[in-house]
Design a protein around this ligand. Sequence first.
Ligand SMILES: O=c1[nH]c(=O)c2[nH]c(=O)[nH]c2[nH]1
Length: 301
Amino acid sequence: MPHQVWTQSYGKSRVRLAKVDRDTDVHQYTELSVDVELDGDFDAVYTQGDNSLALPTDTMKNTVYAFARELDPCELETFAWTLGSHFVENFDHISHAAIKITETPWERLVIDGEAHPHAFSGSSTERNTCHAVITAPPKEGEEPEGAIECGLEGLTLLKTTDSGFSKFLKDQYTTLPEVNDRIFATTLSAKWVYNDTPDNWRAIRERIRTILIREFSARFSPSVQATLFEMASAVLDAEPAVEEINLTMPNLHRHLINLASFDLDNPNILFLPTDEPHGNITASICRERAEDAHAHDHDHG
Ligand SMILES: O=c1[nH]c(=O)c2[nH]c(=O)[nH]c2[nH]1
């Protein structure tokens, strides 16, 4: 055979659903977009036109709906895990199921100081994410294995002071002025993994978000990099169940507008907001591991 399928995956993307929990008069509202991707013995589907092992992506969509009816999709992690396990447990030829959930949070409206029982606002760009990859059990009768990565995306943050960038490396192309008072704007994405199953997935997610926001605003930022490290470190310090956290923080520049042509000064008050081009800063921060400590000693020694 001249060619072979080297890697593959197929699935249904952006299966959107909203669920209302009407158990009490105070309704809960959950809105998700789910991606299902399967891997396994699908070669013949590609090479032979043989669909006998191809579970239709339409069926995957229906499975998402059926599971959302039966389960509480509000707990993204257990929903993803149960859904992924279904595919690897029920079909021998499916080796991996990747379930990616993106949740659009809707905030309960507060009217005249009172939380409304069934009216919500959803204007934020923020999303909760959960990416679970479930692997078929090594032996029949055993539990599937897997990994879950939790996160959030689109959390826009800005502070009008307490940020600077100076004493950086310069060469013949450097024009950036050193500043000790600038606007720091970013759209935070965070992804983290746990070393233990949290008691309450929703609660720990909320705590991590709160820590990230608090640290962003807590003190002077000498660079996006240093603030990113502080934000991630604060999560690892406060939450022992978080093993590693990856933060991506684009530096969404606010350039000082030059008003000198109009004989006007600009004492750090009028800026041009831009998002292109933007700095892109990303790092994964983990607890110090014995072998890494050794490697660092070695590097610096
Ligand atoms: O916080 C920053 N980090 C950089 O690496 C960088 N580079 C740049 O032009 N501005 C900034 N700001």
